[in-house]
Ligand binder design. Sequence first.
Ligand SMILES: C[S@@+](CC[C@H](N)C(=O)[O-])C[C@H]1O[C@@H](n2cnc3c(N)ncnc32)[C@H](O)[C@@H]1O
Length: 442
Amino acid sequence: MARQQLPLRALAARVIQSVTQGQSLSDALPPALRQAQEQDRSQLQALCYGTCRWYHRLDAELQTRLHKPLKKGDRIAVPLILQALFQLRHSHQAEHAVLNETVAACRSLGKPHLAGLVNAILRAAQRDGEPEPTTPAATFSHPQWLTEKLRHNWPDQWQAILDANNAQAPMTLRVNARQTTRDAYLAALDEAGIEASATRFAPHGIQLAEPCGVDRLPGFAEGRVSVQDEAAQLCTELLDLAPGQRVLDACAAPGGKTCAILEAQAEIKEVVALDQSAQRLERVRENLERLRLPATVSAGDAADLERWWDGEPFDRILLDVPCSASGVIRRHPDIKLLRREDDITPLAAIQMGLLERLWSTLKPGGKLVYATCSVFPQENHRIIQRFIKAHEDAVLTMPPVSWGQDTGAGRQLFPDAGSHDGFFYACLTRQDDHAANQASTS
Ligand SMILES: C[S@@+](CC[C@H](N)C(=O)[O-])C[C@H]1O[C@@H](n2cnc3c(N)ncnc32)[C@H](O)[C@@H]1O
């Protein structure tokens, strides 16, 4: 029997409800997109992303309008009303259409008895306008713990970080230096009628004035260009790549940085792209194939050396650890709903564990670049400070760069509304035994 097709707003409510129950947008949205009518798909995506982005603020408004708690079975009304409030507050949709469609969705969701309540709340919201937020969580539309943690960690930058998290991220490209140059690709974009400019810090980066489908990008299928944020592209500069090196990309999937490395240095001896997720490694393979780049793709827990390491040390290691992703909230607004304060300490333990284990696979004289897309010091410079203290042969060797803020143990990039994501990089060199001994006795 064919599944009954749910209208757009009912689908959006279901997706948002799944996110509040712990599912990511990237897992919850694709099945809903398949169920939606073709012409509704981009609006469904915008509704789900936008409602997650403004969830805390919209929910604070809803709580002021909801005079008694909903019964357990009726809680779908919350995401249903929130997606409508999102459009009333943040879009140019005709208000009467937003109201009528949302009230009609109660029936599609099998909750016709909620129509009166939904209608009354949305009419009041339309009539009264948006109330002044009364808490920082509502003002900045972030969970309270995240707002407080950022305020504590970055007393001068926290508000700018929160504002940047609420902005739409730009679409940024990395030109494949093995196939073309940035100037040539900018000219190709111009010819295709796509407005774009060179990124400020990443030498092969291009930022588009408006996002567009990759099928519109000249030569995308042939590997002339990839989609990658500017901050993520900066890893190649720190790795100090040279011909003949053996490079480990320890947490590689989906392979954005693996490919950036291979594009930046054509004469690398080998890049080992390791990840513990076999499923995510498929994306690495697809990217390598499209860009026509060679790598040794390997599945395994990077900390379990016996399982995957052949004993031949690496000249360079990129350790792009799993993290809170607090620097990329603008691209993944569901993080505001999914991440918990308690997640950070266990993540930091995993990050330190990976660093400890992989250090022994680095050649003396070799370099390790530690990276996160986090803005929490606990996952960033505090890890590096502790590691250096505990390892005599580890020396912080950050090259002079023009981006980010010096933390004393690596550079922190904050998300920037007009350009790059939030990221952290530290570059460590492993001294050979002789130099390490001398350092410890002097
Ligand atoms: C931040 S993402 C990496 C992004 C990737 N470097 C890129 O630029 O496309 C972190 C990755 O670490 C992987 N991961 C997590 N724990 C791991 C472990 N113990 N060993 C290997 N990979 C791990 C996850 O599967 C995830 O793909």
